[in-house]
Write a protein that binds this ligand. Structure first.
Ligand code: AMP
Length: 284
C-alpha cells in the first residue's frame, strides 16, 4: 500500500495503478461504513484508493473541525487490511495552498436541508471532491447513502462538469439497533447513545406508513416529528420528504412530481452531537 502526502506523489503513484480505479473519499476515523464502500470498490475495480482528509472548508464556524476524531495510524492499518493500493493523506496546505481562491458551487441543491443548517458546507464538499477526483482520476467513486444529500450534490457536480467518473451509492451500514454508524457516534454519552436510534426509528415508521399506502408528504414529515419528540434528549433540526433530484419538498411521494423517487431525511441534535439519517423511496 503506497501512502502519498503531496499532489506530486499522488500523481506518480496513480499512474502505476490498473484501470478502473475505485475511489473512496473519507475524513478518517474509519469504521464499518467506510469498510463496506472499500469492499464494494475492491469487488468492482482493478485497483482501489482511499483519501483521508478532514476538509476544513466543509465545516462551519463553531462546528467540530478541531474536535473531529483523528487516528491516522489505526486508519492506515485498516486500509492496508482491506487491500487498498493507494492512500492519499495530504495536509491542509497541500490541498489548499496559500492564496487558494477557487470554489465549486452546486447552486440551490447545496442550500437546502444540510446546506441551510450548515451554510457553505456543500461548497466545501464540492470543491474538495473536484480537487480529489482531478488528482486521482477514478473510474468509479463510492459514496454512502447515509449522506443522502451529499450523493445528490455529487451526482449533480459530476453531471454538470462532465467529470469522467461513475458515482456509486452504497447502502447505509447500521448498528444492530438501527443507528447509522458514524465517526461522530463516539461523542455520544451512554444516555445519548440510547436515544440515538430515534432517527432510524422515525425512518422505519415512514417506510411502514408508505408501504401501507401513505403518500402525503406532510403526514410523513409529521410522523418523523412526533417520533423524535418521544426522546427528551433529541431536538429535531429538520424532517424532510423531498424530490430526490431537486430536493423540493413533496406534497405527495406518488405521481409525476416524485418521478426520481423521494429522499426522506432528518437531522437531530443531541447535546454532544448532531446526527443525520435518511432513506430513499423509489417512485411508484
Ligand atoms: P466521512 O468519513 O464521514 O466523510 O464518510 C466517507 C464516506 O463514507 C461517505 O461517502 C459517507 O457517506 C460514507 N459513510 C459514512 N458512514 C457510513 C455508513 N454508516 N454506511 C455507509 N457509508 C457510510
Amino acid at each position: 500500500m503506497r501512502i502519498a502526502r503531496t499532489r506530486l506523489e499522488v500523481g506518480s503513484a496513480r499512474r502505476t495503478l490498473p484501470e478502473p480505479l475505485g475511489l473512496v473519499l473519507t475524513m478518517g476515523a474509519l469504521h464499518e461504513g467506510h469498510d463496506s464502500l472499500l469492499r464494494r470498490a475492491a469487488a468492482e475495480c482493478e485497483s482501489i484508493a482511499a483519501t483521508i482528509f478532514v476538509n476544513p472548508t466543509q465545516f462551519g464556524r463553531g462546528e467540530d473541525f478541531g474536535h473531529y476524531p483523528r487516528d491516522e495510524a489505526a486508519d492506515l492499518s485498516r486500509l492496508e487490511a482491506l487491500g487498498v493500493d493507494l492512500v492519499f493523506a495530504p495536509s491542509t496546505q497541500e490541498v489548499y495552498p496559500a492564496g487558494f481562491a477557487t470554489t465549486v458551487d452546486v447552486g440551490p441543491l447545496g442550500e437546502r436541508l444540510e446546506g441551510a443548517a450548515r451554510p457553505g458546507h456543500f461548497r466545501g464538499v464540492a470543491t474538495v471532491v473536484t480537487i480529489l477526483f482531478d488528482l486521482l482520476g477514478p473510474g468509479r467513486a463510492f459514496f454512502g447513502q447515509k449522506d443522502g444529500q451529499q450523493t445528490i450534490v455529487i451526482r449533480r457536480l459530476v453531471r454538470d462538469l462532465g467529470l469522467p467518473v461513475e458515482v456509486v451509492v452504497c447502502p447505509t451500514i447500521r448498528e444492530p439497533d438501527g443507528l447509522a454508524i458514524s465517526s461522530r457516534n463516539r461523542f455520544l454519552s451512554a444516555e445519548e447513545r440510547a436515544a440515538a436510534p430515534v432517527l432510524s426509528r422515525a425512518l422505519a415508521r415512514v417506510r411502514e406508513a408508505y408501504e401501507r399506502g401513505e403518500q402525503n408528504g406532510d403526514r410523513l414529515r409529521e410522523l418523523m416529528r412526533t417520533t423524535v419528540a418521544e426522546e427528551d434528549l433529541a431536538a429535531l433540526d429538520y424532517a424532510s420528504v423531498a424530490d430526490a433530484r431537486s430536493l423540493d419538498e413533496l406534497d405527495s411521494v406518488g405521481g409525476a412530481a416524485a418521478a426520481d423517487g423521494a429522499l426522506v431525511s432528518l437531522a437531530v441534535r443531541l447535546p454532544s452531537a448532531r446526527l443525520i439519517d435518511c432513506l430513499y423511496l423509489e417512485s411508484g
